[in-house]
Design a protein around this ligand. Structure first.
Ligand code: ADP
Length: 383
């Protein structure tokens, strides 16, 4: 009976796997290949006949893009999957050296392969060639970068001329004319902000993010942003409360310009998404030390993020639909950029939110300091 069941499972398995449009191969606990599908041959250039029975890493060289001679890290990952039984991702920056020595960028998963009793008997690799996708993505980012650069100069020129008109350089204006020009100026500012955001993103994505850490007083940094934003908070019927650590805080080596940008994104969002003319909003900021990390929290009692949108909040361009009802301006870039910056600085960012009750964003920074990145680093965002 058990043998029959096994046979049935085996047949199903053998029927399905060759049809999968991803590369699939299976190894046993000794890392020897027991199955190699057609797509795996297509991507790697190696034939199933020459691979089956061989240790997978003898011919299949999966390496980090930046360390093309190092296959051993990948073998370590495989070992972990077999020991822990946890699925591991073949991250975006892994390349595979093909049989013809060409390099292809791959992504996918390595999962434990179990027998019917649930015992781990090896690993299954499911991977695909993303060389073209990555190329298109790079082209798209380059295009956005180029287009944003080209747009910035005329937008700044427009601003300059309108400002001249507005302040009456060419003669006095009546109040209606001034009002019209004010609206044009506001729209122009929004466009400049959008273009700057696009430029920031393409800089971050095309590996040109420079991290220049310097010992920074986080208390002072937060205080300076709060005083800069106080007028905006007042206009939005909102108060700030900063819970400073009582015993002070050691200076942390971070890039103050980048971390300031993250704090501004979080604090201005907290204000923006709390606006209610009938009740006063409260934005609380705290800074704490937990183990080897500085933890910063920005909490509001605003509209919150509906549960169904919470998993998408760090995606580029994403805005939850409750913010549209509030009539707020936004591009959906701020949190995407913030996540890129925090992860590149060695920290983490996350949030807790209840729709209608408020949101708390948290991020960490290593107290030991961020690594300096002078030439720019390849970044990939984790979702
Ligand atoms: P933007 O604010 O320009 O739309 P962000 O990337 O900063 O873009 O934020 C993305 C989305 O996350 C917002 O549009 C909003 O839906 C949600 N969000 C961010 N912060 C908050 C907050 N404090 N309260 C409620 N929603 C928020």
């Amino acid at each position: 009976m058990k043998n029959q069941k096994l046979l049935l499972e085996d047949n199903k398995f053998n029927a399905i796997l060759p049809l999968i449009s991803d590369g699939v191969f299976i190894i046993d606990r000794n890392y020897k290949i027991t199955f190699f599908n057609k797509m795996a041959t297509h991507i790697s250039g190696f034939m199933a006949e020459e691979m089956i029975g061989e240790r997978f890493d003898k011919k299949l060289k999966f390496m980090p893009k930046k360390d093309k001679k190092n296959n051993s890290k990948f073998v370590e990952i495989v070992k972990k999957v077999i020991i822990t039984g946890k699925i591991k991702k073949i991250a975006d920056d892994i390349i595979l050296i093909r049989e013809d020595k060409l390099k292809v960028e791959v992504t996918g998963n390595i999962a434990p392969f179990k027998d019917l009793e649930g015992k781990i008997i090896g690993c299954i690799f499911i991977f695909r060639d993303i060389t073209k996708e990555q190329e298109i993505d790079r082209m798209k980012t380059e295009f956005v970068s180029l287009a944003s650069h080209q747009l910035r100069t005329p937008l700044t020129t427009i601003r300059w001329f309108i400002e001249e008109l507005y302040i009456g350089e060419l003669g006095p204006l009546n109040s209606e004319q001034k009002d019209y020009l004010k609206q044009v100026l506001e729209s122009n500012s929004r466009m400049i902000k959008l273009v700057n955001d696009l430029l920031d993103i393409s800089r971050l994505e095309t590996s040109r993010l420079r991290i220049a850490p310097e010992p920074t007083d986080l208390i002072e940094l937060i205080k300076s942003i709060l005083s800069e934003y106080l007028p905006v908070a007042k206009a939005s019927n909102c108060k700030f409360k900063f819970n400073k650590p009582k015993a002070g805080f050691p200076k942390v080596k971070i890039d103050p310009v980048l971390i300031k940008q993250v704090l501004i994104n979080l604090i201005s969002n907290a204000v923006k998404y709390s606006f209610n003319k009938n009740s006063e909003g409260l934005v609380m900021i705290s800074l704490d030390k937990k183990g080897k990390e500085a933890v910063i929290k920005v909490k509001d009692n605003g509209i919150g993020i509906p549960e169904e949108f919470q998993s998408r909040i760090f995606q580029k361009f994403f805005r939850a639909d409750n913010v549209y009802k509030l009539d707020t301006e936004g591009t959906g870039f701020g949190l995407y950029i913030s996540k890129l910056i925090i992860e590149a600085s060695g920290g983490k960012i996350w949030f807790k939110s209840v729709e209608g009750a408020g949101t708390a964003f948290y991020f960490t920074l290593p107290i030991t300091g961020c690594k300096s990145v002078l030439e720019g680093k390849n970044l990939s965002i984790t979702q």
